[in-house]
Design a protein around this ligand. Structure first.
Ligand code: BGC
Length: 328
């Protein structure tokens, strides 16, 4: 099932129960024309198996967990690796590839819920999660993730929308201009798993504190970019709450700004995208969209240098992210 959130100006967001996903975001460009800036599969059948994670809610634990295992309160938990030896985005199927249950609250708000049983993909504890999407008169898409569990476990939920601010299927995002108010990023190894180190962006092509086109340095001879095939890294968000990220569509003049209460964001420039049939006959390829996936530090459970986040019975996991659209 699809659900539409709309404002009085007709700007709208289409969401699906499958994956509690964003399927369409229609916002005006600099000439006032509505443009769909979110990528999605051409058909719902494709969405069931697609491994690009277009628009979906990733969980139980987004991003990679090294060696697909972790220890919690002294006990080892073995997970189902889906990119051997790691587990990515909660396994197969993760929350991204499951049907959630929708409850539309108003034209501007909807909540999707999902129950994940104890042992799901190897994760301990039964977990109940929700994703609440809101859409405002001034073009702010809000996403709140909540979760509770019946025993200690880990949860890290993120939305995986690929944005192309020139319009979905309108080529690459390489000429989009990006600003990321982040002083540090998390370096990765040759399988794009975090090393546990925290590097300064200063003096590197990872530094987006001043605006840069994504293309400008993505192909530079810098080990971290070679490892990941481009930008596929988590950044540490220092100015939590404020708009730390800004993306500008070079042709459309559409601007997207992001704020969140999560401590990190995965900048993924679509480096691993393969030729794909998208919505309405659109064709996607490498760099066809950019994701700004807000979350905890990846693999925090196995990295002693990262802050740990255990969800225990009685605790409520709750995180909020806003994607705000405007024009230059
Ligand atoms: C990861 C990429 C991965 C992509 C699609 C992103 O969140 O960082 O490494 O290729 O998801 O699976």
């Amino acid at each position: 099932m699809e659900y539409t959130l709309t404002n009085l100006k007709g700007w709208r967001v289409v969401l699906t129960e499958q994956g509690a996903a964003v399927r369409e975001i229609h916002v005006p460009d600099k000439d006032g024309k509505l443009i769909d800036v979110a990528l999605a599969c051409g058909s719902s059948e494709d969405a069931l198996v697609n491994d690009s994670y277009f628009g979906v809610s990733c969980g139980r634990v987004a991003n990679r967990i090294s060696n697909a295992r972790f220890f919690l309160d002294g006990k080892e938990h073995k997970l189902t690796a889906n990119i051997h030896p790691q587990i990515l985005h909660g396994g197969t199927p993760g929350f991204s590839h499951l049907p959630w249950t929708a409850k539309k609250i108003s034209d501007k708000q909807i909540t999707f819920t999902l129950h994940s049983p104890d042992g799901d993909q190897g994760f301990p504890a039964a977990v109940d999660v929700s994703a609440t999407y809101s859409w405002s008169e001034d073009g702010v898409l809000g996403i709140t993730y909540e979760a509770v569990s019946d025993a200690p476990t880990i949860v890290n939920l993120t939305n995986h929308t690929y944005f192309n601010l020139n319009g979905q299927g309108e080529g690459s995002i390489l000429d989009h201009e990006l600003t990321l108010k982040c002083e540090y990023f998390l370096p990765v190894n040759e399988i794009v798993g975090v090393t546990g180190e925290i590097f300064s962006v200063s003096g590197t092509p990872m530094d987006f504190n001043a605006p840069h086109k994504i293309r400008e340095r993505i192909f530079s001879d810098y080990e971290q970019l070679k490892c990941a095939g481009g930008y596929d890294h988590s950044y540490v968000i220092s100015g939590g709450g404020s708009r730390f990220a800004k993306v500008v569509g070079d042709k459309s003049g559409i601007v997207m700004e992001v704020c969140t209460d999560y401590p990190a964001v995965q900048l993924y420039a679509g480096c691993n995208m393969k030729p794909t049939n998208g919505k309405n006959g659109a064709k996607y390829d490498k760099f066809g969209g950019v994701c700004l996936e807000t979350q905890y530090f990846p693999d925090f459970i196995n990295q002693p240098t990262f802050e740990n986040h255990i969800l225990r019975p009685g605790d409520v996991y709750r995180h909020h992210t806003d994607y705000a659209f405007s024009t230059i």
